[in-house]
Design a protein around this ligand. Structure first.
Ligand code: LMR
Length: 331
């Protein structure tokens, strides 16, 4: 607390003294500020500026203002942006193994997922990213994904047949929807709302916080609480920027990240819960949205169908059998 106050005072003194920060760190992301990632990025900004005594000026750009999700990793490698937290699918061309987190029904619950991220599998994945010249900082949560449609209730796997679903650029998600005879369409996050509104796609899958903050539920008729897959992020930094920092500022980055990650997990839980209540209120007040929750038996029917895709990703050039089996075995 004392440290926090001193840091705040130092940052304020630096700001009022008119001294410019020594480093500018641009953090680009695609979601709204009022999401787990958005709030954690803002927390990180405040905390790193405090800890560094104002030497690092952190600038957060939400809602694809700076880069769309398909462009940010290239920009990061060029040091045009210094930080990002793309979802795992978006690392497909660099480290395809991260798509392990896209495999449907792989994680028993959020605690199992955290044990995987904090353990051997998580470290192996971070090492693969580091080997590609990108600094891998930490995993951030969003949460489990839900299904929505503008034409029908998605209760049984056969309900998805022939429907056009927006997916992130992920071979796993493509296979997941093919497994239920649906038509997956890759699309950047920034185009999903208009895609749904104009009927270019029938439905989509995302977490409650992404659905609520981008108003996807307002252009859908049915929302199914399926918790069938997970959405999360790897927070990454430009290697050139990292190497330009002296050791004390690198330590400040690590500390601010550690605190932001702890907060982020809390935000993810709280926002997905509270925003589901808001969507329920919207459904009740407008009568324009039906919300369905899968029973255990219905979930099992989806799990049986879509988990058949796992062996398609046993090659190390995709995800790797070893990583998948270690994840399943993680206690
Ligand atoms: C998506 O494209 O649906 C998500 O990756 C967006 C995000 O960053 O949460």
């Amino acid at each position: 607390m004392k440290k926090l106050v001193l840091g705040t005072i130092a940052a304020a003194m630096l700001a009022t003294s008119g001294l410019a920060a020594e480093y500018t760190l641009k953090f680009s992301h695609v979601v709204s500020p009022n999401t787990p990632k958005g709030k954690a990025a803002d927390f990180f900004e405040k905390r790193l500026e405090e800890l560094s005594g104002g030497k690092i000026d952190v600038q957060v750009y939400p809602s694809s203002q700076l880069y769309k999700d398909n462009a940010v990793l290239k920009a990061l490698r060029l040091n045009s942006v210094q930080m990002a937290a793309p979802s795992f699918s978006k690392f497909g061309k660099i480290v395809p193994n991260l798509a392990i987190f896209d495999l449907p029904f792989l994680f028993k619950d959020i605690d199992h997922l955290h044990r995987v991220q904090d353990g051997e599998v998580g470290q192996a994945l971070k090492d693969k990213v580091t080997a590609k010249g990108i600094v891998a900082l930490d995993f951030w949560d969003n949460g489990f994904k839900q299904l929505s449609s503008s034409t029908k209730a998605l209760i049984e796997p056969k309900d998805a047949e022939g429907q056009k679903f927006r997916i992130m650029s992920s071979k796993v998600l493509e296979a997941q929807f093919h497994a239920v005879n649906a038509n997956p369409q890759m699309m950047p996050f920034s185009e999903v709302y208009s895609g749904l509104q104009q009927g270019v796609i029938d439905g989509q899958e995302n977490t409650i916080s992404n659905i609520y903050t981008k108003k996807f539920h307002e252009v859908q008729t049915d929302l199914t609480i399926s918790n069938h897959g997970y959405l999360g992020y790897l927070v990454v930094m430009s290697k050139r920027f990292w190497k330009s920092l002296p050791a004390d500022l690198q330590a400040n980055v690590k500390q601010a990240m550690k605190e932001a990650t702890a907060k982020e997990r809390q935000f993810a839980q709280e926002l997905n819960d509270s925003q589901l209540e808001k969507i329920k209120e919207y459904a009740k007040n407008t009568g324009k949205l039906k919300i369905h929750t899968l029973t255990d038996e219905q979930r099992e029917a989806w799990r049986t169908k879509v988990s058949k895709i796992y062996p398609e990703f046993y090659s190390d050039r995709t995800i790797g059998e070893d990583l998948i089996k270690k994840t399943i075995a993680t206690k």
